[in-house]
Design a protein around this ligand. Sequence first.
Ligand SMILES: Cc1cc2nc3c(=O)[nH]c(=O)nc-3n(C[C@H](O)[C@H](O)[C@H](O)COP(=O)(O)O)c2cc1C
Length: 414
Amino acid sequence: MTTPQQTLRKTRILLLIGGGIAAYKCLDLIRRLRERGASVRCVMTRAAQEFITPLSVGALSADHVFTDLFDRQDEHDVGHIRLSREADLLVVAPATADLMAKLATGQANDLASTVLLATDKPVLMAPAMNPHMWEHPATQRNARTLREDGVHFVGPNRGEMAESGEAGEGRMAEPLEIVAAIETLLDTGEKPLAGRKVIVTSGPTHEVIDPVRYIANRSSGKQGHAIAAALAHLGASVHLVSGPVSIPDPQGVTTTHVETARQMREAVEAALPADAGVFVAAVADWRPAVETAEKIKKKQGEGAPMLELTENPDILAGVGHHEKRPALVIGFAAETQDLFKNARAKLNKKGADIIVANDVSHDSGVGPGGVMGGDRNSVVIVSQDGHDEWPEMGKDDVAERLAQLIADRLGPKE
Ligand SMILES: Cc1cc2nc3c(=O)[nH]c(=O)nc-3n(C[C@H](O)[C@H](O)[C@H](O)COP(=O)(O)O)c2cc1C
């Protein structure tokens, strides 16, 4: 595993954890902050302790976890004031509707709300709640008030809620988005891709059979979206062209939504020129030769209709040989056999500088969900110089490492 750049070195973060289901994401957030050099001290509300334990928070933050306003040991030197004084930034994640309401109305009846009212440091909130709670006029009023009072926000995102069947705005921003918001706020992160434009494609394509049916594949868009976010994080201006996915648009990225391979090619060509292109989308190789305007009817006794297929445009090869070809062209290749051989052949055929090959066969061993749709990936970076096998890691980690590789390849902007 590579260690991320120490973008938060010597930064002291006071993380206030509220009582919501998204509290579990804080454990990852603490890890992400610490591996960037930040020290993280945590306050947990009473409700937060119903979701995760001070024991795990303390183990990850390597510090005492503060839970009680009237803790004798912490309070003899006015702990709530000290906690704020010894931090550079306060982060509330998840920011519950309740914590937002308390701060918006100046209440201070537990340690977290008292620290928030007593601080003179910047405050960043990452709200997380059921979409109805978020959309409620009271919560919206509180969010407005808090913004006017100078509180910063990251998210909430649109997407599926932990409660089954619920979707909408209210999902907490992902840990790396919160990290990026912190870096922007403190203006710390190094931006080796500042001034660079990168096009990224992500997700599957849907190829229309008739108004209700289409051909698709299992791609979730997780890897492509993570790469877009990681590139933006390093300062690139990112244009993401996404097929139909159920995950939120990454923050700080311009996203164009498309459905078919032909629409994706058009959107990519419209986004040229660029310094680099990363083609992660699982573009359908074929589409139905005829797109039927009416729903194909099932007729008794006639059997199944024949579906004639025709080839889709090859977006990667199109850009690899384009007159406005980016200086760096990277393609993803999902393979189920002969990984290296196929990836090397693709390098030349597609005019790419790098092929990121991933084994998407069911026995490739990256855990539940497999590579397609899952959260982990195991890739081989194939270029003219040879190949580099990366260990299995989370898709966010693959994204960060690839973004750094792109920054190294492009070098600083003249
Ligand atoms: C299972 C469960 C999940 C909850 N999830 C959330 C949530 O995501 N966001 C939220 O604002 N409140 C949520 N609540 C309600 C809060 O826990 C409740 O308002 C609590 O008083 C918040 O306390 P705190 O703001 O001090 O952490 C949830 C409650 C339960 C029982």
